[in-house]
Design a protein around this ligand. Sequence first.
Ligand code: ARG
Length: 575
Amino acid sequence: MNIRSFLADRIRNAMSDVGIPNDYSPALAISKKAGFGDYQANGAMSAAKAMKTNPRELAQSIVNSLDLAGVAEKVEIAGPGFINIHLSESWLAQQLAHSAERDHEDDHSQIVVIDYSSPNLAKEMHVGHLRSTIIGDAIARVLAFRGDKVIRQNHVGDWGTQFGMLIAELEDQLGEGEQAALALKDLEGFYQQAKAHFDEDPNFADRARDYVVKLQSGDTKVLNLWAQFKDVSLNHSEDIYRKLNVTLNADAVRGESFYNDDLAPTVAELKKKGLAVEDAGAQVVFLQELADKNGNPSPVIVQKKDGGFLYASTDLAALRFRTGTLNADRVLYFIDARQSLHMQQVFTVARKAGFVDEWVSLEHHPFGTMMGADGKPFKTRSGGTVKLADLLDEAIERAAKVVRDKNPDLDEGEARGVARKVGIGAVKYADLSKTRTNDYIFNWEAMLAFEGNTGPYMQYAYTRIFSVFRKANIDMQSFTAELDLREPQEKALALKALQFDEALEQVGNEAMPHILCTYLYDLASLFMTFYEACPILKSDVAPDTRNSRLQLSKAVAETLKKGLELLGIETMERM
Ligand code: ARG
């Protein structure tokens, strides 16, 4: 139930009843201050201004024809014409009772293509890929839950000149009887070796260059070596995805090489439309739209002098595929802010060339950099790039310590499972809870704390509710009871739980996972307030009250679990 859109519809009806044109919005929002109702509509003011009438009187006539019988217990006008809506407790209770039967099918049903993770296969995944992977995955889950058809695209870098050198190295090592998987066990080390051979051995370098040409012309032997390399490297990534609890699998992989056959036609199309012109032998699109401050147009090279294609050419071909074949209504890119100009160029060229219908939404959702405690981009002690696999292992190890301190009674096996969920959850939550576009400082202590807006706190809040049921010897899943919201803390908690769908709506539209984290944190905090004010299992609590409070707790637990699941974070019954 999306309360906000439900109320907004009713107000819109009332507004049109009193003759306000449809393009005036009810401007409905959650009330910020206690005493001003649960929702506040500010639309009467701007409508009155345009219609040159008194805003309070207009607000009054809207309220007179507003039908909220059974929904609101009070609707009042405040200040210059605010409409404050106080929802009825029994209506909230009813909504919450039905919220388990949420149906989301088809309410949005857009086709949304999401480009995320997209590492380069020449090297092992490092922390630079973490943010794209987990933010993109959270948004993919939220949109799918909302009812959109989500198509995940892992635009892996599986093509380019560095593969000549990697293939030559692989050939040498296989020649010595090594298996591909073994030779490439340490992908990072393998890359270094290949690079050293390339730099030091001119014969090797010649062969590597020859293999680039052979790769491009489809030489079977070279293609076969390339495919082996790609397979092993993808397996590395898939290990990480599994460890991270990320929903990317082999089906989502559509690497740069997939577009090879469409690169020449794409450039030909740009030439035909007069967009790409020859400049010093290369094919370039000059964009006046993105001109610098001196008025020089922004150049986008789509084909090099030697005929080779570039990152931008591939992205243009990919966009043609995403709109033309996948039929996307929305295409989202989760890529580092440093690639903003590149994305703008690609979008602008694609629009001008007519590769994308005007109603299709192209969205680059950039993110800031993950920083170390020193305020510089996150590195190893010796200044190297941090492998994602190592970082995740460390998270689990650190979480194991925290979990052991907190609950020494957990048996070995369970503790290990909990440590994995807490460690991975902490890393993900720390990232997802920050405003996406900002840089943020990676800090083990802060992310593993049990207080504050952290992963462990959220998981702990869930186990708290679970333990209430355990103490009462009641199976939460099958429990149901009548809800009766009497105390203000009960009403506030129920309302918050019902605002889940509104939060998701905003998360999906803006591709901002921190909005969901903030929502869940507020929900957990309101639960703690309720729990202190409203005893549940004490012997002097009447059975109906007890059951109603259990029912409310259950709704909160389910919302927390679902919300965390949409962030890709697992919950457990105790920790
Ligand atoms: N492989 C690129 C990198 O690691 C990211 C690709 C992002 N997606 C895209 N369609 N350009 O920087």
